[in-house]
Write a protein that binds this ligand. Structure first.
Ligand code: SF4
Length: 502
């Protein structure tokens, strides 16, 4: 580690999202919307549709990176057969379209028929971007070059800016080899147009965070499109025992913040997109958190929503202290499960941030393994998945989620839940929501803003406030009251988004 030798960074301002106050009105509105949507899902009035179809194609990898729990469970030379890819994608093809099909798992380039798999994806979902995250060790040659050249998007995992750090994290890899792969993929893109999107993916721990700014510099010099950084999760005991001392929480909070801010600022200066997940930043220390939600009637609406659920502790019914950012995680609301096949058996991965053992346990608990009789979307909207969402919100998956930092990235979105409430209520009451389609689409985007929430409230006002033969649901009456309190919409510029793509 050469952090000590690096030049000191200028002071960076404290992040706003470290604030702890939560307005109980908005926390209640969020919980009410979640509960309403779970009930609507169970009743068949709400059907969720993730944008990305996650299809893990490889159970095999050639590296043994620190922090990877697959190293503990062991890799298998198993790959999803093209026939299974076709069947899974065909089952959902008539139900919905996807913006992306993500083939990430193990090292996907090791799949011996990856080109054929990608062709099937393009054939059945022609509008979907086909993507992988790769470790960058497979040379851009021969049949591998054919596969690289069929991809629309690739993430290349770089966890250090020097051979010493990179090779200490990505055990078994050569930094020199990795750099050559990046350059070759960039040359391929410039020659053929594919993969159009090349992203460097950085998983941060105390050993490498100080190199994130240099990774941004390297990314710019190599000609990649973007850099994405997230914390290394350490959710299982063998990983914590081995490298727990490298967790970001062991870093000095100010230094940790400065390295991330430096990387983001450098990206802006160089004109390279840098997405830093919220989990990279320090969280408030336990003793500094409030144990009760703090009322904030004088806070601006934007602040109330921005602070929703962050940094406040709650107790579950049995008195166990749980972290609300985990309980309010939106991962299973917006992200698809991974559908894998090992031997003849199907395996459902509910969340890529959980250990494989936790995923296996939860998939069994919620009866989510049988993919012979249902599509991914049917599974996603089935009774088991709604129970998983409810249990997550109730803190009952805490042993699987642990102290998950990724939940901050998949944080609360009152806006999305409002959009889903509209859909569900329209279905339930057999009503249409004129002019609402475009707005709903906007609200489903990660960069949806409070300004759009106000538009939603206005739309609702126009669409529902008029006399109507059917009684208006209580929830809508409450929303209308909230709308009146908010006053007329204020047009403000949408906030910038740092949404990750890998
Ligand atoms: S809290 Fe973390 S591990 Fe749990 S579902 Fe959300 S992202 Fe996954």
């Amino acid at each position: 580690m050469d952090a000590a030798a690096a030049a000191p960074l200028p002071e960076a301002p404290q992040r706003k999202h470290q604030a702890e106050a939560v307005d109980p009105l908005f926390a209640a509105a969020f919980q009410q919307a979640v509960a309403g949507n779970i009930a609507a899902g169970r009743a068949g009035h709400l059907r969720l549709h993730p944008e990305i179809f996650w299809l893990p194609v490889s159970e095999n990898c050639n590296l043994r990176c620190i922090g990877c729990d697959d190293v503990i469970t062991g890799f298998r030379k198993e790959y999803l057969a093209p026939a299974d890819v076709r069947r899974l994608l065909s089952a959902s093809a008539g139900q919905a379209s996807f913006s992306e099909i993500d083939l990430t798992s193990g090292e996907p380039l090791l799949h011996p028929q990856l080109s054929e798999v990608i062709d099937i994806c393009h054939e059945l979902h022609p509008k979907a971007v086909v993507s992988v995250v790769s470790n960058g060790t497979i040379p851009v040659r021969g049949k591998y070059r054919d596969a690289y050249a069929r991809l629309d998007s690739i993430g290349l995992s770089i966890d250090g800016a020097t051979a010493e750090v990179f090779e200490a994290v990505r055990v078994g890899a050569s930094f020199e080899r990795f750099v050559q792969t990046v350059k070759d993929v960039v040359a391929l893109r410039d020659q053929t147009g594919r993969p159009a999107e090349i992203q460097l993916c950085f998983t941060a721990c105390a050993m490498n965070l100080h190199q994130l700014p240099e990774v941004v510099r390297l990314g710019k010099s190599w000609g990649v499109n973007s850099v994405y950084a997230q914390p290394m999760e350490m959710n299982i005991a063998p990983i914590r025992d081995a490298i727990g001392h490298l967790h970001l929480d062991h870093m000095d909070p100010a230094e940790r913040t400065r390295w991330v801010d430096e990387a983001v600022a450098l990206g802006r200066e160089l004109g390279l997109e840098v997405a830093a997940s919220d989990g990279l930043y320090p969280r408030p220390k336990e003793e500094e958190k409030s144990t009760e939600p703090q009322a904030g009637p004088s806070l601006a609406f934007e602040e109330k929503v921005a602070k929703l659920g962050v940094g406040v502790r709650r107790r579950s019914p049995d008195g166990e202290l749980t972290l609300p950012h985990v309980r309010q995680c939106q991962y299973p609301w917006t992200q698809a499960p991974g559908i894998r096949k090992m031997g003849a058996a199907w395996h459902t991965t509910l969340c890529c941030y959980m250990s494989e053992a936790a995923n296996t346990e939860l998939a069994a608990r919620y009866d989510l393994h049988d993919m012979d009789k249902q599509s991914m979307l049917d599974l996603y909207n089935g009774a088991g998945y709604w129970q998983f969402r409810e249990d997550l919100a109730a803190g009952l998956t805490h042993e699987a989620c642990g102290d998950c930092a990724a939940a901050l990235t998949h944080g609360p979105s009152l806006l999305q839940h409002l959009a889903w409430r509209i859909d569900a209520l329209c279905v339930e009451h057999g009503l249409s929501f004129p002019g609402g389609d475009a707005l709903r689409e906007q609200l489903m985007q990660p960069q949806a803003t409070v300004h759009q929430a106000r538009k939603l409230v206005n739309h609702l006002h126009q669409a529902w406030w008029q006399p109507h033969p059917q009684p208006r649901p209580v929830w809508l009456q409450e929303l209308m009251a909230a709308a009146r309190e908010l006053g007329p919409p204020k047009e403000t510029a949408p906030a910038a988004s740092g949404s990750p793509s890998a």
